[in-house]
Design a protein around this ligand. Structure first.
Ligand code: DGL
Length: 264
């Protein structure tokens, strides 16, 4: 088997990274993909940097054992805390995801942007570096979305608790004249309909999913690693907890896709 046929490996602290997997699958339909949902250890966002690094190494090692040709860290928290170490440690291409505050800074008219992300992301050195690199006139309102990932992982996407929590986090942004809201966690794109209900049509919601898919394509091509097969790729999703939430989020109706409960 040529290495071009080897899978792309994707991991997240849980089911949220499937928002990135969907973008990659759409842009690169021929690629075989293995996705790891480390739901047993979610949320990463409240863990220490050291713990996040260790979990990221564990996930990467597992994907390397499956012959992955490239890794996508589909988790802002793992990227901002661990990608430097992963890139130093492993020789295959590793792509990460960071909150899209640079694109938001280019689009804001009020010069006030909001970012909803985990504590681990907002407190990271990498995020600090990015947020200080944008135009100094722009005010960045940071909100830690504590509890949101737990509700999604618990299957409470559309629940009263979710509405209450989102309203509590987002209403102040309206008062503060935020006009761009950056979703800095890969779980949050699943909340867009509820977020829209709360903030209305005036705020632009920005996430990094499509950009990560485009970057994955560019890196595969630059390394001559793209799968040239004509048939569409196969998808294996592993989760180390009950798989029902994952099944609900991705509404599987393809025979090229298998979801397996597995400790990894
Ligand atoms: N999906 C994650 C992220 O993008 C992780 C959230 C968490 O586990 O706290 O940050």
């Amino acid at each position: 088997m040529k290495s071009n046929n080897f899978p792309i490996g994707i991991f997240d602290s849980g089911v949220g990274g499937t928002s990135i997997w969907k973008e990659i699958k759409t842009l690169l339909p021929k690629e075989n993909i293995i996705y790891l949902s480390d739901s047993k250890n979610a949320p990463y966002g409240e863990k220490t940097k050291e713990k996040i690094i260790n979990l990221s190494i564990k996930n990467t090692e597992y994907l390397l054992q499956q012959n992955c040709k490239l890794i996508v860290v589909a988790c802002n928290t793992a990227t901002t805390n661990a990608i430097k170490i992963l890139r130093e440690k492993y020789s295959i291409p590793i792509i990460g995801i960071e909150p899209a505050i640079k694109p938001a800074a280019l689009q804001t008219k009020t010069n006030i942007i909001g970012i909803l992300a985990t504590k681990g992301t907002l407190n990271s050195e990498l995020f600090e570096k990015t947020s200080t690199s944008i135009n100094k006139q722009i005010i960045v309102k940071e909100i830690i979305g504590k509890g949101l990932v737990e509700l999604i992982e618990g299957g409470k996407l559309y629940s009263k608790e979710m509405t209450t929590l989102l309203t509590y986090y987002l209403k102040p942004m309206l008062i503060e004249k935020v006009d761009c809201l950056v979703l800095g966690c890969t779980h949050y794109p699943y909340l867009i309909p509820q977020i829209r209900e709360i903030v209305g049509a005036k705020i632009q919601i920005i996430d990094s999913g499509e950009a990560v898919a485009r970057q994955t394509k560019a890196v595969l091509e630059a390394h001559n690693l793209a799968n040239k097969d004509i048939i569409s790729g196969s998808h294996q999703l592993f989760i180390n907890k009950d798989k029902s939430v994952l099944e609900m989020l991705i509404s599987n109706n393809s025979e090229n896709l298998i979801i397996t409960e597995k400790d990894f």
